[in-house]
Write a protein that binds this ligand. Structure first.
Ligand code: JFZ
Length: 453
């Protein structure tokens, strides 16, 4: 109940975004520079991988409801019993080059992988604990360094997820009947923050992540100053790093602007399993979403979203000025499930033809029209507007809201065919399209608008 209630609350909120970076003063243009690659990227891969892939959603012969990486909490497994999973984690089929290639071929520009989820288990080599892949599993090797190398090789930004809540660390204890939310032991918060900093330093040294994607910030003992301290620590160590708002308490802050109008540490908001109704000017955000109903691999979850839904989600998010962080949950053997690979390939095919309408664009110049979505790119003397037509008009006539300038050309992005158009004095236009949609999922018409008109 508490979990469901929290989910509901969190899913409804889009977090406030502190432009203030704590002790450091950062000018708006410095911030724009720091955020630049991330804003242009628009599409990344989330990877939830850990020991939970071994039980894969089943415990003692029973299906455990809920998201797979929460099995320790949902099945109320003791740390001692959960530790018995480690000797069974031997991902002999792990192929980091293939993973990077799958992301690259999907048109993704960055990868965010769990370095440590709520179960506390570390996928990297850490001197801070033996609860890691090197010391506790037959695999015995760091899993993140080879992926960071493969990503860079493929031209992708490598990023890591890190959970603040930890169901295994001795400084934290279960808050009630279940592990979540944890309490901190008396006097142990400093010990735990030092543990975090040691591990974050190890990750920076070994993998040089471009984004630190925190999570598990909701237990009451984790405070805004704690988050600020970790945020400042990271920015000082790596001035170009980008940190999500779950480092601190900003995720709560988007019910309008009050009562909580404090600036929060963190560079972007993190809507989860949802796309906000509209973007927010000046706010960076990224919707993280699953392809089925779990983040960590579950053997029995076949509730896959269609390729059309995933492609339209990417477009919808881009049209509101956000990024799409789309999840895969590899198996304990190290394979990305085939249904995920196929869907990613389909998104990649669409992006190879239409990527110009997504990468480096900004939010739509008008409200979502009935037929689809739009994005734009402001150039020197022209504005480019990309119309993503989901519902192709039966009569071929497409109504385009006023654009504040004269249309100088209209073309189909895939193939470059010219499209006839009429524009009225108000600036609104009607396009005359062909009878058949060139792409059933989303056909893109590129408009060039003369600026200063
Ligand atoms: C969090 C994680 O718990 C989840 O496992 C996954 O990593 C996702 C990307 O991020 O999702 C949440 C966060 C908070 C709650 C539920 C799911 N909550 O407070 O109930």
């Amino acid at each position: 109940m508490q979990f469901a209630a929290r989910c509901l609350v969190l899913l409804l909120l889009l977090a406030a975004n502190g432009v203030d970076v704590g002790a450091r003063a950062e000018s708006p243009s410095d911030r724009d520079m720091r955020m630049s690659w991330w804003r242009d990227a628009r599409f990344g891969m989330f990877i939830h991988w850990g020991l939970y892939a071994v039980p894969a959603g089943r415990w003692n012969g029973e299906d455990v409801p809920g998201i797979g990486e929460w099995i320790m909490d949902r099945a109320n497994i003791s740390a001692a019993d959960y530790e018995k999973l480690a000797p069974r984690f031997d991902p002999t089929e792990y192929d980091p080059q293939q993973w990077a290639q799958v992301a690259k071929d999907a048109g993704m520009k960055y990868v965010v992988i769990t370095s440590k989820h709520h179960d506390g288990f570390c996928l990297f080599d850490t001197a801070a604990t033996d609860w890691d892949v090197v010391d506790a599993t037959p695999w015995g090797k760091d899993l993140l360094m080879p992926l960071s190398a493969a990503c860079r090789e493929a031209g992708l930004h490598f990023c890591v997820y890190y959970s603040i809540m930890d169901w295994h660390h001795p400084a934290q204890v279960r808050g009630g009947e279940y592990h979540n939310p944890t309490r901190i032991r008396d006097g142990q918060k400093r010990v735990y923050i030092d543990y975090m900093k040691q591990q974050l330093g190890e990750l920076l040294d070994s993998c040089d992540p471009d984004v630190l994607w925190f999570d598990g910030e909701w237990p009451d003992w984790w405070t805004e100053p704690d988050g600020r301290e970790v945020y400042d620590f990271l920015l000082k160590r790596k001035p170009s790093i980008i940190v999500n708002n779950r480092v601190a308490k900003g995720r709560k802050g988007m019910e309008g602007f009050s009562p909580d109008d404090q600036p929060h540490a963190g560079d972007f908001g993190t809507p989860e399993q949802q796309i906000p109704a509209t973007g927010v000017p000046g706010l960076d955000w990224e919707s993280c979403m699953t392809m089925n109903d779990t983040w960590g691999f579950k053997a029995n979850d076949d509730n896959w979203k269609s390729e059309a839904t995933l492609i339209r989600n990417l477009i919808d998010i881009a049209s509101k000025g956000g990024n799409y962080l789309l999840n895969v949950g590899p198996t304990a053997e190290g394979r990305i499930p085939q249904p995920s690979v196929e869907r990613l390939a389909a998104i990649g095919r669409w992006l190879r033809a239409n990527g110009e309408s997504i990468y480096g664009t900004t939010a739509s110049p008008f409200e979502p029209p009935p037929w689809g979505r739009a994005t734009k790119r402001a150039g020197g003397d022209a504005l480019e507007v990309y119309l993503h037509v989901f519902d192709w008009p039966a009569d071929g006539r497409l109504a385009v809201p006023a654009l504040g300038g004269s249309i100088t050309s209209a073309t189909l992005l895939d193939g470059g065919t010219n499209v006839e158009f009429e524009q009225t004095a108000s600036g609104a236009a009607t396009l005359q399209l062909s009878a058949e949609a060139p792409d059933e999922v989303a056909s893109v018409v590129k408009l060039v608008i003369a600026a200063g008109d």
